[in-house]
Design a protein around this ligand. Structure first.
Ligand SMILES: [Zn+2]
Length: 313
């Protein structure tokens, strides 16, 4: 609440919309959720909740350590989820020697292109469901407000959204886990995701989940002692020729392939990934030489200056 008031009274930055007077949470609009800070335990396929008793659950992975607190939350599709917080000892950081390294270029045409030459197709989770969503949303809008049938239609829409979300999460989790497992040094570009979501590409950008992918990579790299290097936003990964280091200023978004003045023919995304890998390695070696290789791992994203760039520049 304090935060809401500070938000309300603070000076509004240029070009920013002013937020309104703080309002209370609503039972109608906020997802139902509550937390029990103690005495919630997992017992087989049941969770024991104080004063309620045993609640049957689907356990999706075994509990490591002792449960400390539990958060109960209902998703829009009607399913309840319980998150249990546990306490455990984390193995101390070890310095992982760099034997394998990879550069990752994220985009919309392909979700990711690796400097190893591998391409991950963009599954476009949301886009593939738009027809079903449209039908479900139309059905919902026809129902009488407050009716039981409207509620059923609402759940149908929510289930579709949930499916899209689950598919995206599943895919990105598997991809990021694989990366931190197999590679000692991962280099990625610091894309201005927020800037891109203000363009026409917004839906596709949100659908691709770059931000989610990057945050997964960040914390998983930390767990696995993988070195993660974020390359500055203004590094010209796409325009740079991988073999002669010339910059091609005429490259547009539409050019999927191009030939450099030195005669080398490039695939746009692969060239970018190779450049990112090389730049990441260079930055990493520089940091090792300076003795602070680990400090950048949990780097935050600066918001300004806002530049509107095309996807996969
Ligand atoms: Zn060249």
């Amino acid at each position: 609440m304090i935060w809401a008031y500070q938000h309300f009274f603070r000076r509004v930055r240029k070009g920013e919309k002013k937020k309104g007077f703080p309002t209370f949470k609503s039972r109608k609009t906020d997802p139902p959720r509550f937390r029990i800070p103690q005495r919630v335990t997992l017992d087989g396929s049941f969770v024991s909740v104080p004063k309620i008793g045993l609640v049957r659950v689907v356990v999706h992975r075994p509990l490591e350590g002792v449960a400390k607190s539990a958060t109960f939350k209902q998703e829009a599709c009607g399913h309840w989820y319980i998150s249990l917080v546990t306490e455990q000892k984390i193995a101390p950081r070890t310095d992982r020697p760099v034997r394998t390294h990879i550069g990752v270029d994220v985009g919309l045409k392909s979700l990711a292109v690796f400097s190893t030459g591998e391409t991950i197709d963009n599954p476009r989770w949301y886009r593939t469901q738009t027809r079903k969503l449209r039908r479900a949303q139309k059905a919902l809008s026809r129902k009488v407000k407050g009716s039981n049938n409207r509620n059923k239609a609402r759940l149908a829409v929510a289930r579709l959204h949930q499916k899209v979300k689950n598919q995206r999460c599943d895919f990105l989790h598997k991809l990021s886990t694989k990366l931190v497992r197999y590679f000692d040094l991962i280099s990625i570009e610091n894309l201005n995701v927020r800037g891109l979501t203000r363009t026409k590409l917004a839906t596709s950008v949100f659908d691709a989940g770059w931000g989610m992918f990057r945050s997964m990579l960040t914390y998983k790299a930390d767990w696995a002692n993988t070195h993660l290097i974020t390359i500055g936003r203004f590094y010209p990964s796409t325009k740079l020729c991988g073999s002669c280091s010339m910059i091609n200023p005429d490259l547009t978004l539409a050019d999927r392939e191009w030939t450099c003045a030195c005669g080398v023919h490039h695939d746009r995304d692969l060239n970018a990934a190779v450049n990112i890998d090389r730049e990441g390695k260079r930055l990493f070696e520089q940091r090792v030489a300076a003795g602070y290789a680990e400090t950048e791992n949990a780097c935050g994203d600066s918001v300004s200056p806002i530049v509107t760039v095309g996807a996969g520049r």
